[in-house]
Design a protein around this ligand. Sequence first.
Ligand code: FAD
Length: 414
Amino acid sequence: MNTSVAAGVVIVGAGQAGGDLCGALRAQGYTGAITLIGDEPYPPYRRPPLSKAFLSGEATLESLYLRSAETYARQQIDCRFGIGVERIERKSSSVRLYDGSVVPYQHLVLATGGRARRLSLPGANHPNVHYIRNIEDILKLKEQLLPGRRLLIVGGGYVGLEAACIGIKKGLDVTLIESLDRLLARVTAPELSAFYEKAHRARGVKIVTGAGLHELQGDALVDAVVLSDGRRLDADLIIVGIGMIPNTELADAAQLKVQNGIVVDAFTRTEDPAIYAIGDCCNHENVFLGRRVRLESVPNAAEQARVCAAVICGKPQPYGAVPWFWSDQYDLKLQMVGLSEGYDELVIRGDQDNESFSAFYLRKGILIAADAVNRPQEFIVAKRMVTDRAQATAAQLRDEATPLKTLAGLPKPV
Ligand SMILES: Cc1cc2nc3c(=O)[nH]c(=O)nc-3n(C[C@H](O)[C@H](O)[C@H](O)COP(=O)(O)OP(=O)(O)OC[C@H]3O[C@@H](n4cnc5c(N)ncnc54)[C@H](O)[C@@H]3O)c2cc1C
């Protein structure tokens, strides 16, 4: 048994949140031992390019890494990559790794992210059925993106749509199926769904909505699928983008509260004062939203890393950041801020036909969310307005002659 490390901060999961936490701890003055343990054989890396520039071959492997090897060494981060944590021993304040070594902790941070939700149909394990969650997935998939091949994408969320875009760029014959009646149904308004459906169709993607996957056909490889409406589609390869499942098993086994993620307060703390959870794996109390939420985004992982580091350094500040996200498809840059659920009015500013516009979501006259397509400047202002819970009328927001920033200073409601 190896118990060689002085107890300090132990981070389980070397992804976006775990990597950012190392930097945030040192930046906020933490001088104790930091051990970063990740089961992937890579240092922490950015996942967004996995369905974008890394899949298309435009980004190198090294360009994905959050920080250089020298930075971890300089900041005295004890990195253990390629080995997972098997369990948490709360009684002895330590974690046991799969190689039998034991690492004691004073503070334990779970940054275990999530894994791709898999199809549960016979044939789902055939080698031409692909997922997009980690580097290994892309190394396998990239080779298969050859011009003329028939690519079937299951799922019309961001990952599916970004993969469709790369498929088209690479000259494949792309069909995307979505079981709900519109694309991006869980995250945006019908108007945005219609815009994205039109944009993808115009660039050559065949789209089927309102039909799920019923059957995968083929022996060693899947060569066709049958949809729930009985349609049969031939395919050379399949990409499945049907969401992720948070990795909460370690927390569960350690009898920490888990409910759609590891339950933490606004300071990233679980009910065990020595254990924290950050990033995709946690369900946190969000001061801005006034409720619990589990978010899957880089800004969320980075902000939670900052909040967690502040708590560990004895300078607690609650997590109150407004959620935001982006997605790149073809030449369309989508940036979204706030959560649009519960909106009672949608206002479009700009021209959808020119593929440059913003969508504003209002509830009782207050801006609760905005989506900007190819309007990065407007997005910056919209982000501030959503953060400030700005009031605006539909007429003001729609009127392009009124610069958005002049609306940003409107008084807040009492
Ligand atoms: C294809 C794709 C595209 C995306 N695009 C965008 C985008 O455009 N914009 C955006 O904001 N967000 C995007 N995201 C989401 C974003 O990447 C995630 O929200 C972010 O990576 C979450 O960081 P995390 O550290 O919580 O989890 P992860 O990055 O998933 O890292 C968790 C790590 O913990 C490891 N781990 C799990 N269990 C253990 C264990 N027991 N022991 C050791 N290690 C363990 C995992 O293997 C993994 O390496 C995208 C995600 C994907 C998959």
